[in-house]
Design a protein around this ligand. Sequence first.
Ligand code: SF4
Length: 338
Amino acid sequence: MITASPAARITPDAPAADWRQLWREAVTDAGELLDLLGLQHLAGQLPPADAGFQLRVPRGFVARMRHGDPRDPLLLQVLPQLVELDEVPGFVTDAVGDMAAREARGVLHKYHGRALLIASGSCAINCRYCFRRHFPYGEEMAAAGQWKQALEHLRQDPSISELILSGGDPLALATTKLEELGRGLAELPQVIRLRIHSRLPVVLPERIDAAFTGWLGALPLQKVVVLHANHANELDASVDAACARLRATGATVLNQSVLLRGVNDDADALAELSERLFAAGVLPYYLHQLDRVQGAAHFEVDDHRALVLVEALRTHLPGYLVPRLVREVGGDASKRPL
Ligand code: SF4
């Protein structure tokens, strides 16, 4: 087992703003979002407000959008579109076979040696292409009851050495809730690594506060934090600082992106994202082909074009800045490289 390094106790430049307050102040009304961006004339093109997946976007993320640009790559990721209501063959509610991989409440087991916990059903931002936009979070929350079922399940499976916290966004949980999990993991010697999948360091970097980094840094496990950013414009100085605080805990920080039509299906945009991530101390890890979830068909990029884009990256960037192009296929033993 790996012990915490001295760096684990360092939390440089912890933010003053309370992330919970910023979370509550998120924009949840599409009309208000359009107003903020000077795009009121698009209000007539919005789907009904009760058409399922609600808009949610932190104000700090809105501030990174271009004013007056309806094609802004950050706006397109969050603005509800009428086209989401179209039924498209092949686009389903459970696009990656989550329910078939369920082993206990909030526990998914897809790949050898790793178990994934649906830690929280909440996200600071609602991404229109989200592969879990129809997930039954109400019934599937691993954090319920002090993580009891999840920890009991892990106890019975000595093959699981890596625990992945996913969601929703696991960092939506209070740090005290994460501390409960940490105490439970101390009784599971086979778990040597904790991986956290979170979009919060990008969309609400204030979440990476002193309490959280103190907990993560002191955790006697190997730590990996996988961010989710799709476009270089998502990263600003506040995200750089959050990434620095994460790295100071001793965590390896990676990024996964989704290839999205109109957002980042452009070799220059993808190259800029890789460069920008590296400047923040983050390595590009995966570029996912879109999971075919109902309501997201308009974001799909065909495989041929995806391969052309990644080949262009390969000829322009060092290998460590080229993310692996993959697709998740339900029932496969690993992500499928393209
Ligand atoms: S942050 Fe992740 S889980 Fe949450 S809506 Fe976006 S893609 Fe889905």
